[in-house]
Design a protein around this ligand. Sequence first.
Ligand SMILES: N[C@@H]1[C@@H](O)[C@H](O)[C@@H](COP(=O)(O)O)O[C@@H]1O
Length: 377
Amino acid sequence: MISHYFKGANQMNNPTMLTYINKEQDVLTDILEQYPQNLDIALKGMPVDQREWLILATGSSINAAMSAKYYVQNITGIKLNIEEPYNYSHYEQLATASEFVIGVSQSGQSTSTIEAIEAIEKIKSIHSMAITSIPGTEITQHCDTTLDILTGRERVGYVSLGFSATVLNLMLLGLRVARIIGKITTDKEQIELREFKKIVNQINATIAQTTEFAEANAIDLGAASQFSGIAFGPMVGIINELETKFTETVRIPTHGYELEAYMHGPYLAVNPEHRILFFKTAGASDVVTKMSELYKYEQKYTEHVFLADFTGTKASNQNNLSLQKVTDINKTPLLGAPVVQVLAWYLTKYHQIDLSHLIFNDFSEAVHNKTQVQDYV
Ligand SMILES: N[C@@H]1[C@@H](O)[C@H](O)[C@@H](COP(=O)(O)O)O[C@@H]1O
């Protein structure tokens, strides 16, 4: 459906992570344009009007679910239980699972997600939806319906486009369900769609601003041996993705912390070489104050404190990245994602990592984390 994005260019044969990052604005715009068709297909027969939904996902896909969580909860009034599928299927009381289960797997081939859905089905009757970039893969065969995230297969295993498209599709799923269950009016649905379009239109600018920020701090970021990200609210999913993405690509110890969680142990590990990136959005005044206090405090112990700021405040120095203000903070993850992805891409350059050189090629076969060995570029 979106193959025209990949036509012609050499990029089609040899796409990089940056090729996919640069497709995000166009592809996400297309996703918004087809609303609500795709969602209505996936929602057919689903018992959405439950108090809770269960979402099973791992890696970037669970981070995407965490990034969309507060938007979906806020607009639908439904609680999302987001779980790592492996532990869920082995240790939880499956009989208490929600009747509506969503399995998110961009490849459609993560064994733990597929097996968790099967495990629940063995003991109770559920309705299940697969969210994936490749309809027809194993996860879709195990679920009643499929929500195609409309990106096509991402050939670079360090997913970026698929992450952002998953976040948007989950948010739109929330929006559509809110309308279907009468939680919002058609007018409100249209207002929300217009807001999503405005934000998606800022993706290329966000990529450009983050690129400039990375280049200005290239020496500092290139010398990083340890990286921590700190965030609150809807940006916690994004900081989790920073941990996943930096670990996969930059391959230095990286952690993503929820603001308060950082204050209960992790702060003791700070050292003069530590790089810390804060993600700031608007928020409750006590939360914002708490982040400011921590931001100030950490600067006493490392010179390498950075800020990605979505509050509309002008950057006061080179360590600050001032980004588009997003009024509804629950939608901010849509712009937080490219910040993380662009930084990961440039840090691989500064750390001389060639992502096209694949490593641990025998891993999947040895541990069976995917139904098939992934054919990444
Ligand atoms: N390297 C990728 C990760 O980037 C991805 O997050 C994870 C989950 O994949 P999926 O969403 O396909 O289930 O799979 C692989 O391990």
